[in-house]
Design a protein around this ligand. Structure first.
Ligand code: NAD
Length: 492
């Protein structure tokens, strides 16, 4: 049966919303309605609407990118309903989510997006715009003010091109109307995602309207949060599985794992729904969020990158296949235990060894079919967040760093764009690929060209002899012995 409001009551093999979706106000505007948002924040909001009967907190989705037309076209005919297919080795569950009640596609009307964010009913603007959507320079920790899209938006002429352009235009209306600013809630995988959002946005706004920047600095809120739920790209087979086994015809369902976690700093400018009643850890202490974030990014996301690039070079297709290989399993386990764990803070109530074990079993979930081409997306936003900080800390501590370094070596080698048979392959999307691929190719197995990209690596790493020697050795091994043989050497 086609998924839409009318057919909801006839879907007997999936859990469906029982609340009236037509009269709920949209208190949240979410930019970047991809797989992750639909498997995470939108699911928590759906639980609140279902269990607590809230009337002010549905979500209006927003797509800023031209390719978001696909999401608009998938959701609109389904009354913005979609299905979450939760998969594990034990089987699958289907749940229809009703919390997204509208979707605005910015290229149709930038005015509609700005007006929606500025509307008094909007209390939170949340986003998953990927790491590169922040225009954050890893070296200077500043906004990339020279970037053509940021420079264009700073002029304020024509439809904005960036998240900051939209948000600042909407905030300007609220400022002039005497309203409170909405909370800007980042759900992207970045250490201190709220602080980065605050700093980038305030820099942007200062250039546009210094008076408004003061107002925003005093009244705005940018909670830090740690987000977790592995969400692969939806495959054609998932669409068919849902239709055949659950009787739901959904043109773009989301596939995810049973596990989900969200730790969020309790800092909101204009109210919030009671997230804590549906399993979100809302904490007063920012340090607690930071520690959770750090632990998750340096273990889960770092392991993903370490499996992604080397696994791709070794010819694997999915994460569960990579972790299923005994040498990769050992390599990842030892990287976590020996090179990352000693750097992490102790969090009361969290057993890091158990956390690592759980991660490995989540990676091994064969039902997820998490593609390496997804894991390899946007390395320029990921390695500097997930891998390089651990390396930098191990340099200072004089501790082990060879497995972490192999991950960087595998990324540099991957960026050259040739598999082990010498055939050229297309890189997973990375906004810096045009700049990085020529450097990776020119360098060959010498990493110095790549390490010279200051916006990613700063100055310190390039100057550390031990690290550079390790990196050279790892790149040489990848080139001469291949990825699998190299992993074997680094596993022990
Ligand atoms: P996706 O490809 O399904 O969706 C990405 C969304 O981001 C799209 O809506 C796209 O329009 C938007 N986007 C990309 N670049 C943008 C930009 N420059 N400005 C504005 N919007 C932009 O990806 P996803 O799986 O939803 O992941 C998105 C982000 O969510 C990740 O980058 C990560 O930070 C976070 N996240 C993902 C997972 C996961 O397992 N998929 C887990 C935790 C966190």
């Amino acid at each position: 049966l086609r998924l839409n409001n009318h057919n909801l009551s006839q879907l007997h093999n999936a859990t469906v919303p029982s609340y009236d979706r037509t009269t709920i106000k949209q208190g949240i505007v979410h930019v970047g309605v991809g797989g992750f948002h639909r498997a995470h924040l939108a699911v928590y909001v759906d639980s609140m609407l279902e269990q607590l009967g809230l009337r002010d907190w549905s979500i209006c989705g927003v797509g800023l990118q031209p390719f978001d037309a696909e999401m608009k076209n998938a959701l609109a005919p389904q009354d913005h309903l979609y299905t979450v297919l939760e998969k594990s080795a034990r089987g699958s569950k289907a749940r229809v989510i009703g919390s997204i009640t509208d979707y605005l596609f910015a290229p149709d009307s930038s005015e509609a997006v700005i007006a929606k964010m500025a509307h008094p009913d909007t209390h939170i603007v949340s986003m998953t715009i990927t790491e590169s959507g922040y225009f954050y320079n890893e070296n200077t920790h500043e906004l990339e003010i020279e970037h053509p899209d940021i420079a264009f938006d700073l002029q304020g002429k024509g439809s904005p091109r960036t998240f900051f352009g939209y948000v600042s235009a909407a905030l300007e209306r609220r400022f002039k109307a005497g309203l409170k600013p909405f909370t800007v809630l980042s759900c992207d995988n970045m250490q201190k995602n709220g602080d980065i959002t605050r700093n980038m946005l305030l820099t942007f706004v200062k250039h546009r309207n210094p008076e408004m920047a003061t107002w925003l600095a005093q009244n705005g809120a940018f909670p830090n949060s740690m987000v977790d739920r592995i969400t692969p790209r939806t495959l054609e087979a998932d669409v068919n599985d849902l239709a055949e086994n659950f009787g739901v015809q959904d043109s773009w369902p989301v596939v995810t794992e049973p596990f989900m976690q969200w730790v969020i700093e309790d800092k909101f400018a204009d109210g919030r729904p009671p997230f804590e009643k549906v399993g979100v850890q809302v904490v007063k202490n920012v340090k607690e969020v930071e520690e959770f974030e750090l632990t998750k990014l340096r273990l889960l996301n770092a392991s993903h990158s370490a499996m992604g690039y080397a696994g791709y070079l070794a010819g694997f297709q999915y994460i569960h296949e990579v972790i299923g290989h005994p040498k990769f399993h050992k390599y990842i386990f030892n990287m976590m235990q020996q090179e990352v764990k000693p750097l992490l803070p102790r969090i009361p109530g969290v057993d890091v060894d158990e956390y690592c074990k759980t991660l490995i079993s989540r990676f091994a979930n064969p039902a997820m079919k998490d593609e390496l081409t997804r894991i390899c997306l946007g390395g320029s936003g990921k390695l500097p967040q997930f891998i390089m900080p651990s390396i930098a800390e191990q340099i200072v501590a004089g501790g082990p760093l060879r497995r972490l370094t192999l991950c960087a070596a595998a990324w540099f080698t991957y960026l050259q764009g040739f598999n082990e048979k010498g055939e050229e392959f297309v890189l997973s999307f990375d906004p810096m690929a045009k700049e990085l691929q020529p450097l990776a190719r020119e360098g060959g197995s010498d990493p110095m060209k790549m390490l010279g990209v200051k916006s990613l690596f700063g100055d310190d790493l390039r100057g550390d002899e031990r690290f550079v020697a390790e990196l050279k050795a790892a790149m040489k091994s990848l080139k001469t012995e291949g990825a699998l043989a190299t992993i074997e050497k680094y596993a022990e």
